[in-house]
Write a protein that binds this ligand. Structure first.
Ligand SMILES: Cc1ncc(COP(=O)(O)O)c(C=O)c1O
Length: 402
């Protein structure tokens, strides 16, 4: 914050941001505006009172949302993951973030212990602190969450009389790292949940954004004990303004969530628009198109990081998701890099925000390549390279050979 104080708030006229690699926003040129406009009108004409009234009826449509979309999602889960799911096992939410909040409220009380990857999505780190829950960060390696560390923490938490009740995981394309949990670890993680009796909250909002390799089996599909709840969202693949996501889980788990819902469901109209988008077969080709764009952006960003920052950074090109997770050489501090970058009109996110532990993450920055226009990525990361060079020059500790 001190950096922003000196500079003016990023994006203000005295400190314009020209290249925002900060937030993982989808590229607005991918929004399927014509189809959404057409389907908005047709949903309204076809089902006026259904689209504009509160949800009603025997299918739990008030709290669980429009049954037609839940059916389409259940069908897709069957096609992609082989899961046998029905509409009672899907609840629509106002995006993935709402699904996370609801699950935390339903299964945890203040003071309860939640395990999460370190690093993980900063919004969850903040929300857990806000709700006065105790976060236990679990280290990761190139195969995702380290289960040996998780097991140690399960033991230690139980010994303290405060067992881990829930694990939040972005098992596929973790944000910020882009890492995915290895299949063998997925199996073992589901077993651990059963042995230690904790809930797994599987955040899969990036799962469809794959640019390389085959889709991995989900934790939800491996689980037979009803302890896994899976989160999905249309935000990254279609548009976040829809505010449309969902929770998939056993009916009794969703009932527990419904009991803490203090709202009257999500837009019935929007749900009908997206259901139609899916039943017309538009979703899969749309995802293929956006993935093609993001794959190219990922590659250009990787080349630029190598070209302009190579002596001072290391990173592994992710197979999917929106981010490059960049490790800085010894002696170069992420907050300082961000400050130098902001002065030059480039925003990025300093790594500390993704860790639940004080002081962690100071050697990392997240570069979200998704929303920066393709033709701007090159220049933006060249300028970012100048910022790192300035930091490296300013740091007597900087090891250029790292
Ligand atoms: C890991 C992760 N989960 C969930 C979300 C939630 O997005 P939304 O609420 O728009 O679905 C985000 C958004 O950035 C995210 O990065």
């Amino acid at each position: 914050m001190a950096a922003q104080g000196q500079l003016g708030y990023p994006g203000q006229p005295e400190n314009p941001i020209r290249w925002s690699f900060d937030s993982g926003l989808p590229d607005p040129t991918t929004f399927p505006v014509d189809d959404l406009a057409r389907l908005a009108e047709s949903a309204l004409r076809r089902d006026q009172s259904g689209a504009l009234q509160y949800g009603a009826g025997a299918d739990h449509e008030l709290l669980y949302g429009y049954a037609g979309l839940r059916d389409a999602l259940a069908d897709r889960a069957g096609r992609l993951f082989g899961s046998q799911v029905d509409r009672r096992e899907i609840m629509l939410t106002a995006g993935g973030v709402h699904a996370i909040s609801l699950a935390l409220q339903a299964f945890l009380d203040p003071g309860d212990v939640i395990a999460m990857e370190a690093p993980t999505w900063n919004m969850v780190v903040g929300r857990v602190a806000q709700l006065d829950m105790q976060a236990v960060p679990i280290a990761m390696d190139h195969d995702g969450l380290r289960l040996d560390v998780l097991e140690q923490q399960l033991e230690a938490s139980r010994a303290r009389g405060k067992p881990i009740k829930l694990l939040y995981t972005i098992a596929t394309f973790n944000s910020p790292t882009g890492t995915s949990l290895a299949v063998s670890r997925r199996r073992r993680l589901v077993e651990l949940a059963r042995e230690w009796h904790f809930v797994i909250l599987e955040d899969d909002v990036y799962g469809d954004l794959r640019y390389h390799g085959d889709r991995l089996p989900d934790l939800f599909g491996m689980d037979e004990s009803g302890l896994v709840l899976k989160i999905g969202s249309f935000s990254k693949v279609i548009a976040p303004g829809l505010r449309l996501g969902w929770l998939m889980g056993r009916a009794d788990a969703l009932d527990a969530i419904a009991s803490v819902r203090g709202d009257l469901g999500v837009s019935q109209w929007t749900a009908r628009i997206i259901a139609q988008f899916m039943t017309e077969g538009l979703l899969e080709p749309h995802i293929a198109r956006v993935n093609d764009l993001y794959r190219r952006k990922r590659d250009v960003a990787a080349t630029m990081l190598e070209t302009h920052c190579a002596p001072w950074v290391t990173f592994k090109k992710p197979d999917g998701g929106f981010n490059h997770w960049v490790e800085l050489a010894d002696g170069i501090d992420a907050t300082m890099v961000r400050e130098m970058a902001l002065r030059r009109g480039v925003d990025c996110r300093a790594g500390g925000r993704f860790f639940g532990e004080r002081g962690a993450g100071g050697r990392f920055v997240r570069i979200a390549f998704s929303q920066v226009p393709m033709e701007e990525i090159e220049r933006g990361l060249a300028v970012f390279g100048e910022a790192i060079a300035a930091c490296a020059g300013a740091s007597p500790m900087a090891d250029r050979s790292a």
